[in-house]
Ligand binder design. Structure first.
Ligand code: GLV
Length: 388
C-alpha cells in the first residue's frame, strides 16, 4: 500500500473499489452536511507554531489510553457495516490495530460478530454499544462483550434517533444489497470487493442476527434503527449499563460542557468529544471547536478523548494541543479498509502515526506530554499579544 501516501489517496482508492451505496454510507454527513464540513474547516483554521533548532531526536508517540499502553494516541472507531467495506472487515481492522499497538472498537452494527472477532485476534478489543428498546437483548450483548473479554465498553450517546443521510435514501441502502439492476452493475465493476465479501463469513449484522427478536426490515438500516433504538435513553440508563459492565466505560458523543459534567458524575471513565463525524445533529458546532470548553470543564476529572474530522497527524496534534488525551478515527481507517483490507488499515494507521511524528518534530516537541496550547500559533489578528 506504499503507493498511497495519504488518507486522501486511500479514500480515492476506496471510492473506486467499494460499491457506491457502502462508500457513500461511510462518507456522508447528515442533512445539509454543515457540521460535517465544519469539522474539517475548523481543523484547518488552527495553525501550528513552527519551532526550530529544538533537538527533536528523541521523539516518542507512545501513551496510555484508559490505562492501557498504546503506541499512538489513537484508537479505531466503531463503524457500522465495516464488513461491507471489505469481507470480514472488522477482523481485518482489529488485526491491523492490534499489530500497530492501538485499540480497536467493534460496533454493535458490525457485520462480524463479537465472537467472530474474539476468535480471530489475540488481544482484547473494545465494544461499542447502542441501547435498543429490547433491554433483554442489550443485557445479553453486554454479557457477550464481557465473555469475549472486551477491555472497554463505549456507549454511544448521540444516536437515539438517526440523523438522515440523504445519499442512503437515494441509494436505497440495504444490507446485503438488494438485487436491483443498478446494484448488479455497480458490483460487477468492483470484482475485488465482491470476491472479498463472498469469502467473508457473514453478509448481515453479526451481533444481531439470531439474537434480536424483530429482525424484519433489518436490511433497511434507517427503518430498523427507528424501530429498535431507544429514544427514551437517559442518564439513568448509563447507571444501568454501568451496573452490568465490569470494565471501563467510555461515553462517546459528548459535545456540551454541561453534559460532560454529568458524565463525570455518572461515573464514566472517559468521554469522547464528538458530533458523530457530522452524521447526527446537523448545525452542531465542529467537535474541535467544542473541545476546549469541555476540557476546561472536566479535563482534570475524566479522560477526554476526541473524534470527528481527524484526517492527518497534524489534526491529532491540534486535538491534543486543545486538551484531548487521545483521538479516535473512523473514516480515516475505513478508507484504508475499503482500499486494501487489513493492509489498507495498517497503512492508514502508519500514515497518521508518521504524520504525527513529523508534525511533533516540526513543532519542536519530543513527547505527547509537551503538546499543549502553546503549540498553536496565534491567529494573524492576535500577533501583537505574544512578545516576540
Ligand atoms: C452509525 O453509527 C452511523 O453513523 O451510521
Amino acid at each position: 500500500m506504499k503507493a498511497y501516501p495519504s488518507i486522501e489517496d486511500l479514500r480515492e482508492r476506496a471510492r473506486r473499489r467499494v460499491p457506491k451505496m457502502f462508500f457513500d454510507y461511510a462518507e456522508a454527513g447528515s442533512y445539509n452536511q454543515e457540521t460535517l464540513r465544519a469539522n474539517r474547516a475548523d481543523f484547518e483554521k488552527i495553525k501550528l507554531r513552527q519551532r526550530v533548532l529544538m533537538n527533536v531526536d528523541k521523539r516518542d508517540t507512545a501513551t496510555t489510553i484508559l490505562g492501557e499502553k498504546a503506541a499512538l494516541p489513537l484508537a479505531l472507531a466503531p463503524i457500522g457495516l465495516g464488513g461491507m467495506m471489505h469481507g470480514d472487515g472488522e477482523i481485518a481492522a482489529c488485526r491491523a490495530a492490534q499489530a500497530a499497538g492501538i485499540p480497536y472498537t467493534l460496533s454493535t452494527m458490525s457485520i462480524c460478530s463479537i465472537e467472530d472477532v474474539a476468535g480471530a485476534v489475540d488481544k482484547p478489543f473494545w465494544f461499542q454499544l447502542y441501547v435498543m428498546r429490547d433491554r433483554g437483548f442489550i443485557r445479553e450483548l453486554i454479557q457477550r462483550a464481557a465473555a469475549a473479554k472486551c477491555s472497554a465498553l463505549m456507549l454511544t450517546v448521540d444516536l437515539q434517533v438517526l440523523g438522515q443521510r440523504h445519499c442512503d435514501v437515494r441509494n436505497g441502502l440495504t444490507v446485503p444489497p438488494e438485487i436491483k439492476l443498478r446494484n448488479v452493475i455497480d458490483i460487477a465493476t468492483k470484482p475485488g470487493w465482491a470476491l472479498s465479501i463472498l469469502k467473508g463469513k457473514r453478509k448481515t449484522f453479526g451481533n444481531l442476527a439470531g439474537h434480536v427478536k424483530d429482525m424484519t426490515n433489518i436490511n433497511s438500516l434507517a427503518a430498523w434503527t427507528a424501530n429498535q433504538f431507544d429514544p427514551t435513553l437517559s442518564w439513568k440508563d448509563v447507571e444501568w449499563v454501568k451496573s452490568l459492565w465490569p470494565g471501563k466505560l467510555i461515553l462517546k458523543g459528548i459535545l456540551d460542557a454541561d453534559d460532560a459534567k454529568i458524565a463525570v458524575t455518572a461515573g464514566a471513565d472517559a468521554i469522547s468529544v464528538s458530533n458523530h463525524g457530522g452524521r447526527q445533529l446537523d448545525g452542531a458546532p465542529s467537535a474541535i471547536a467544542a473541545l476546549p470548553r469541555i476540557v476546561d470543564a472536566v479535563g482534570a476529572e475524566i479522560e477526554v478523548m476526541f473524534d470527528s474530522g481527524i484526517r492527518t497527524g497534524a489534526d491529532i496534534v491540534r486535538a491534543l494541543a486543545l486538551g484531548a488525551r487521545s483521538c479516535i478515527v473512523g473514516r480515516s481507517y475505513i478508507y484504508g479498509l475499503g482500499a486494501g483490507g487489513q493492509a489498507g488499515v495498517a497503512r492508514a494507521i502508519e500514515i497518521l502515526g508518521k504524520e504525527l511524528d513529523v508534525t511533533m518534530a516540526l513543532c519542536g516537541v519530543n513527547s505527547l506530554a509537551e503538546i499543549d496550547r502553546d503549540v498553536i500559533a496565534d491567529s494573524p489578528m492576535d500577533t501583537q499579544r505574544r512578545p516576540q
